[in-house]
Design a protein around this ligand. Structure first.
Ligand code: NAD
Length: 700
């Protein structure tokens, strides 16, 4: 039973238990309907208490139901019955009251919660609007302006704020059930009756044209290219002019419309794709990950330091090892600075900083290695050095320890083969800054054991990372797909487009940051060094990455030298156009005889995106990634690809694989067959009129 009903002292107590997070799925709704009709049939009931058991109040509607027919009417009917009860209905909340869960609470007559409860309407982050009465009830309680602040921010508010806004009546001290029952009893004793939100009137001063204008501007800047925020404004403002029932009709119409947008389909796709990445169909289900209680990180540089922070943040002790005292002290100093700035920005308390720093121990030798359950190597990108370290690890590490490398470009199989236990070796590719970026590529070799894979995927959870499993190839998933993207961006600069033109078109399309600005941020030397070290892996094109090489030769390494593709003022990351950079690139274009052309926005975007998609399809075909959805997660969580476009593979389906294929051939004919070869799988799927979503399904 999900819903249980008890009667005690004139009160009906409805308890809901639908683990793990009490979603309001079909079975819950059905049992709630039954409980309400039971309550109605008992005239002795003088008040109703509604509670959820387990770790949280209702966490919302069941998103899995989105695929089926719309459920708004059913929710509406359920909430109308709840609100229509002739006796006071008190809801007691704990955990998080999210989305449909909060909307249900708004349909109750009185709302109380224990300290620590959080409330949010996060629908716009999924491209939809609250569709179970929230857009009509919330403004009746707190006004249009505040209702929209909550809906547009999509972020949770605490009990104190909920009380201040006025959609929460009281904070319950002590135990939730006893406190809520006492609250209901007091209402009944004082003769209070139902207090229906739907019967309240919206404060007209909260819905002026000036407020609407301000909120519209806010939604446009917060959610560029997206419609859900604007649709929410339309719905909530309707509460100020329409009677309640008509307002609900209008809300349903808008909610259904928002569910049909590509934006919501894309956002929901990413939401589910992120939850799928840990599923590895071929791993036997009985394989369990090994427990991780202690870690060691070798190399206290940029990445090693960030990785150590991830462990300390998870409450796991970690030893950070470097070969020189100077490097170790620099690394530990950088970690301390990172925590200090987190304290200054109010992200953590000073006591947390001390606690976390206390979990990180520096060392200049390998004495701590035998205690570690996972060892992550993050030394210089040098195969021989890494092989030497892994050979030593194989004898020093405890028998079942996970031996991980953070390499970006080296062959992990070659690293694993240096050890006597390649089954324990895996790639854990963190992204910079490692303590901030959510993506973690997990790279298995042909020798990595099922248990090591499971351990690595499980480890991502406490580290708060989204893991994506890949097989070994140069660049793994993300960086391999970056190659053609950056190639075209640089080529267009050589063809005469300014860096701002290229980055501007990409950002206007939705990329978090244009690729040339990304290079300036990461350091142009980083990509030049990789291209020099792996020259044999790239096509014989004399113009390949030559914009980078030209800037590098002139000492323009990006933000760290104050100039790269752009110019930067000291202490400021704002980009300024730099005629010197443009002249330098132009001189190189002349030397290389690169024909000049002018580029429309559409060409810039196509030339950058089509190679990303094409390479992604190759990666699928080669089995490097398990699913198209995994590739989308890599790009939305690690490369600034807009979530509301669903990731490159989802986006490819929305424009159609035929269009991707034809576009690739168009540029092949216009430019070079060296770079624009459609992946065989793309050709096949385009010919058969299929999608990458089909491809994913067929493999499940
Ligand atoms: N920087 C990035 O954006 C990034 C992103 C992902 C992966 N990576 C990879 O992470 C690894 C580290 O990169 P980084 O940017 O942190 O480099 P870094 O140069 O900042 O740090 C490397 C550290 O390793 C130490 N070291 C060298 N030899 C050692 C040894 N034998 N024993 C112990 N410590 C030793 C060095 O003293 C230095 O502190 C590389 O494999 C790199 O490819 C880097």
């Amino acid at each position: 039973m999900i819903v249980t009903l008890e009667f005690s002292g004139g009160l009906a107590i409805v308890s809901v238990d639908n683990p793990p997070v009490n979603t309001i799925n079909a079975a819950t709704r059905e049992q709630l309907f039954a409980a309400l009709s039971d309550i109605r049939a008992r005239p002795e009931v003088r008040g109703v208490v509604l509670l959820c058991l387990g770790r949280t109040f209702f966490s919302g509607a069941d998103i899995a139901e989105f695929a089926g027919p719309p459920k708004e009417l059913e929710f509406r009917r359920l909430f109308a019955e709840l609100e229509g009860l002739p006796v006071p209905v008190v809801v007691g909340m704990h955990g998080t009251a999210l989305g449909g869960g909060l909307e249900l609470a708004l349909a109750c007559h009185y709302r109380v919660a224990i300290p620590g409860t959080r409330f949010a309407l996060p629908e716009v982050t999924l491209g939809i609007i609250p569709g179970a009465g929230g857009t009509q009830r919330l403004p009746r309680l707190i006004g249009v302006e505040q209702a929209l602040e909550l809906i547009l921010s999509a972020r949770p508010v605490e009990v104190s704020r909920a009380l201040e806004l006025g959609f929460l009546d009281a904070q319950v001290e002590g135990e939730l059930r006893a406190g809520t029952i006492a609250y209901a009893q007091a209402l009944v004793d004082s003769g209070s009756g139902p207090r229906r939100t739907s019967e309240r009137v919206v404060d007209p001063m909260s819905a002026t044209p000036a407020i609407r204008e301000r909120l519209t501007a806010q939604a446009r800047s917060q959610y560029p290219h997206r419609s859900a925020g604007l649709t929410a404004i339309e719905a909530v403002f309707a509460a100020a002019r329409l009677p309640f029932e008509q307002g609900l009709e209008f809300e349903t119409e808008l909610a259904n419309r928002s569910k049909e947008t590509i934006e919501s389909k894309a956002l929901i796709h990413v939401f589910f794709a992120e939850r799928e990445t840990r599923k590895v169909p071929e791993l036997p289900p009985e394989v369990r990950g090994r427990p991780i209680a202690r870690a060691a990180v070798i190399g206290a540089g940029t990445m090693g330091g960030g990785i150590a922070i991830c462990f300390a943040n998870a409450g796991l002790p970690v030893t950070l090892i470097d070969s020189t005292r100077e490097a170790l002290e620099r690394g530990l100093g950088a970690i301390s600075n990172t925590y200090e700035s987190m304290v200054k920005r109010g992200r953590i308390r000073a006591a947390d900083k001390e606690l976390r720093l206390g979990l990180i121990r520096g060392a200049l030798d390998y004495a701590a290695l035998p205690d570690a359950d996972v060892i992550i190597e993050a030394v210089f990108e040098d195969l021989e050095l890494k092989r030497k370290i892994f050979a030593a690890l194989a004898t020093l590490a405890k028998p079942d320890a996970l031996l991980a490398t953070n390499t970006s470009t080296l062959d992990i199989a070659a690293i694993a083969s240096a050890t006597s236990r390649p089954q324990d070796v895996i790639g854990l590719h963190f992204f910079s800054p490692a303590n901030v970026m959510p993506l973690l590529e997990v790279i298995r070799t042909d020798s990595t054991s099922a248990q090591a894979i499971r351990t690595a995927l499980d480890l991502a959870r406490p580290l708060k990372k989204t893991p994506v499993l890949a097989r070994v190839c140069y660049g793994f998933i993300g960086n391999r797909m970056m190659e053609g993207y950056a190639r075209e961006a640089e080529r267009m600069v050589l063809e005469g487009a300014t860096p701002r033109r290229v980055d501007g078109a990409l950002e206007e399309w939705g990329m978090a940051m244009g690729i040339l600005a990304v290079f300036d941020m990461a350091g142009i030397d980083v990509s030049v060094n990789v291209h020099k070290a792996h020259a044999d892996k790239y096509p014989p094109d004399p113009s390949y990455y030559q914009a980078d090489f030209a800037l590098h030769a002139a000492g323009r390494l990006g933000q760290k030298t104050g100039k790269g593709y752009y110019r930067y003022l000291a202490g400021d990351r704002a980009r300024h156009d730099d005629p010197e950079a443009i002249a330098l690139i132009r001189a190189n274009a002349e030397r290389l005889r690169v024909p000049q052309r002018s580029h429309g926005d559409a060409e810039i975007v196509e030339r950058c995106l089509l190679p990303i998609i094409n390479e992604g399809i190759r990666i699928l075909e080669e089995g490097i990634a398990m699913r198209a959805g995994d590739i989308d997660v890599v790009w939305t969580s690690g490369y600034g690809f807009p979530r509301y476009r669903g990731g490159p593979m989802f986006y490819a389906d929305t424009i159609g694989l035929k269009a991707v294929y034809d576009g690739t051939l168009k540029y092949r004919d216009l430019f070079s067959p060296m770079h624009w070869q459609p992946a065989p799988l793309l050709a096949r799927l385009a010919r058969d009129g299929r999608t990458l979503a089909d491809w994913d399904k067929a493999r499940d």
